[in-house]
Design a protein around this ligand. Structure first.
Ligand code: SAH
Ligand code: AVI
Length: 328
């Protein structure tokens, strides 16, 4: 149930905060409460994500990095000379370095991320280490229409690098739409280099989202800390617990914040009530089969040309070429 006071919206004017408020309020108004996972990534959230990638339980980053270390030369050969590399959700750009090390005369590199400070810091470090590459960070939501910066060198082709299995944080329909738009952005001759976490023993997957140090729990509850700070809300963060479980039927992790008791929360003039045990779903993390990935690519106007995997088949990096005729 929601009550609305008469002076709502008065305090928030910054357009980014207005959008944040609208997304939060929309998510908490529904019969099933949800919050968009892209808001995990403020400066603290990005730092917590970096800590997650180092956890013993969190296998995806280390596995994908190992695949990149072994196969970056072959991937770079697929990307070809004078490629413009665009990255979705670039974070620390750690894996990208392995690609940049092998690219021949790249036209430029555009890392895109919503986490502004983290993006700037990573891009500055990269510019120092790769002085010959035109690096143009873009702080933006890659699901929205993008205005790419103009680069000085002409590009032979566009490739979107989308690592980390961030694609898994989207529903099937959202992923389809995003990849279709991406195929159009890349155009003829272009490609998507997509990192995807694979289906495996559910116990391995569940452990990765329930680490014994509680870092994933802090990453999850940081979303409430951020809403409190940026929207002036009064979530009692201690009164929500982390829950993550794998749904084998759908092939995805669901992350939730569970209300420990009956409580109400105020966000910029609106009140939200929580029953004891009621949840806010904060993230999906879909896991894929090779068949599922091929079907997703096909339906998006992309064609799977090459797949690199680790020995255990925990993770895959997929070279998806834009098909000759792409339409939205
Ligand atoms: N690519 C890195 C980071 C993955 S974490 C890796 O593989 O380790 C996901 C990253 O995507 C975060 O840096 C987050 O800020 C960014 N992100 C999430 N949703 C986004 C969106 N809609 N638009 C832009 N960046 C997004
Ligand atoms: C960025 N994304 C692919 C991570 C994942 O595994 O879904 C985010 C994450 N959530 C909890 N741990 C890591």
């Amino acid at each position: 149930m929601i009550t609305t006071s008469t002076n709502q919206h008065l305090s928030i004017r910054n357009p980014l905060l207005v959008a944040f408020r609208a997304d939060v309020v929309r998510g908490l108004r529904g019969p099933v409460k949800t919050l968009p996972c892209k808001y995990f990534y403020d400066a603290a959230g990005s730092e917590l994500f970096e800590q997650i990638t180092e956890l013993e339980e969190y296998y995806p980053t280390r596995t994908e990095l190992a695949i990149m270390r072994e196969h970056a030369p072959a991937m770079a050969a697929h990307l070809g000379q004078r490629c413009l590399l665009i990255e979705y959700g670039s974070g620390s750009s750690l894996k990208t370095r392995l690609l940049l090390d092998h690219l021949v005369h790249p036209a430029g590199y555009i890392p895109i991320d919503v986490s502004g400070e983290h993006l700037q810091r990573s891009a500055q470090a990269l510019a120092g280490d790769y002085p010959g590459i035109d690096i143009r960070p873009l702080c933006a939501d890659f699901t929205r229409p993008l205005r790419l910066p103009e680069l000085s060198k002409p590009e032979a082709r566009r490739v979107v690098y989308f690592p980390g299995s961030t694609i898994g944080n989207f529903t099937h329909q959202e992923a389809l739409l995003l990849l279709r738009k991406t195929a159009l952005l890349c155009g003829g001759g272009g490609a998507v280099l997509l990192g995807a976490d694979m289906r495996k023993d559910p116990r391995v997957i569940e452990r990765a989202y329930n680490d014994h140090h509680g870092v994933t729990a802090r990453f999850n509850s940081n979303l409430l800390v951020r809403i409190n700070r940026e929207l002036g809300a009064d979530f009692n963060v201690e009164q929500f617990s982390h829950r993550a479980f794998y749904d084998s039927a759908v092939g995805r992790i669901e992350m939730h914040l569970i209300s420990r008791r009956a409580q109400s929360v105020h966000i910029d003039g609106e009140t939200f009530f929580f029953q004891p045990g009621e949840s806010i779903r904060t993230e999906y993390s879909h896991k894929y089969s090779l068949r599922g990935l091929c079907q997703l690519a096909e339906a998006s106007g992309l064609e799977s040309r090459r797949v690199w995997m680790d020995k255990r088949h925990y993770f895959s990096v997929n070279y998806l070429a834009v098909k000759a005729q792409v339409a939205c």
